[in-house]
Design a protein around this ligand. Structure first.
Ligand SMILES: [Cu+2]
Length: 254
């Protein structure tokens, strides 16, 4: 009996440890996925950088020791996030979306908000998209003053001060469809995030592995667009049959 109880305690402890470990690993990396259903056609691929990549500049965060400490904890140098790559020069922060080919229709807006955290004086995620009307919750895990200054064109600009004591702001949303625009922090000039407002759920933001997957599409011919904040956009056309899968790969260079 005692053994059983010990065994149970051990399992609970192990569970907690695994949770802590997996949280540690996924600390800085977040993946945003399109909310399309898994039934239907699928377009997948990988985005890579070809050629010699530019060196990213270091960011001096010494004015905010809490942020310096955070990057040390992540085991990463605080560098510009204008180009983030994985092994084999696969690219993170590429926004892949269906540009054309979808029928004119209204898609359900996800009820789950997109969460954007301010941590280590950076926005996590660095690139994201929401559907028109979908809630965005801005968080502040740094305990220092940040302000979320959204600079859209079609939508209304806002500037949300988030003192260190405010760990979460009331949700925001955008009313109009709009391609990628900047969100910045006026206190920390290196802090940048990019957001798009979509009419449909067929989009994906790549992680360091450069992989994307857009699910739940009806059969058809689509223009697939890949966007990068510095290197612009690329469009490839792909035809998918019902419930089948096609691969398209993108390559960016200087
Ligand atoms: Cu800031």
């Amino acid at each position: 009996m005692k053994n059983l109880k010990l065994n149970h305690t051990f399992k609970v402890l192990l569970g907690i440890m695994l949770l802590v470990i997996s949280y540690g690993i996924s600390g800085k990396e977040t993946r945003l996925e399109a909310s399309g259903s898994t039934i239907g056609a699928k377009i997948t691929g990988t985005v890579k950088f070809t050629g010699d990549p530019p060196r990213m500049r270091d960011i001096d965060m010494s004015d905010e020791p809490v942020c310096v400490h955070k990057w040390e904890e992540w085991g990463m140098a605080s560098k510009s996030e204008a180009l983030v790559m994985g092994e084999g020069q696969t690219m993170a922060n590429i926004f892949v979306s269906i540009k054309s080919g979808l029928a004119e229709q209204t898609y359900a807006v996800p009820t789950t908000p997109v969460v954007v955290n301010q941590e280590g004086c950076s926005y996590i995620p660095h690139v994201f998209a929401v559907m028109k009307g979908q809630k965005i919750v801005f968080k502040n895990s740094d305990g220092v003053l940040h302000n979320v200054h959204a600079l859209p064109d079609a939508n209304r600009e806002f500037n949300l001060a988030m003192p260190g004591s405010m760990s979460e702001a009331p949700p925001r949303s955008f009313r109009k469809v709009e391609p990628m625009f900047r969100i910045k922090c006026d206190k920390h000039p290196w802090m940048l995030s990019y957001a798009a407002v979509m009419s449909h759920p067929y989009f994906f933001v790549t992680d360091r592995d450069g992989k994307f997957e857009i699910n739940g599409l009806p059969a058809g011919t689509y223009e697939v667009e890949a966007w990068h904040e510095k290197l612009g956009t690329q469009i490839l056309t792909v035809t998918v049959a019902a419930d089948s899968s096609e691969t398209v790969d993108f390559a960016f260079s200087r």
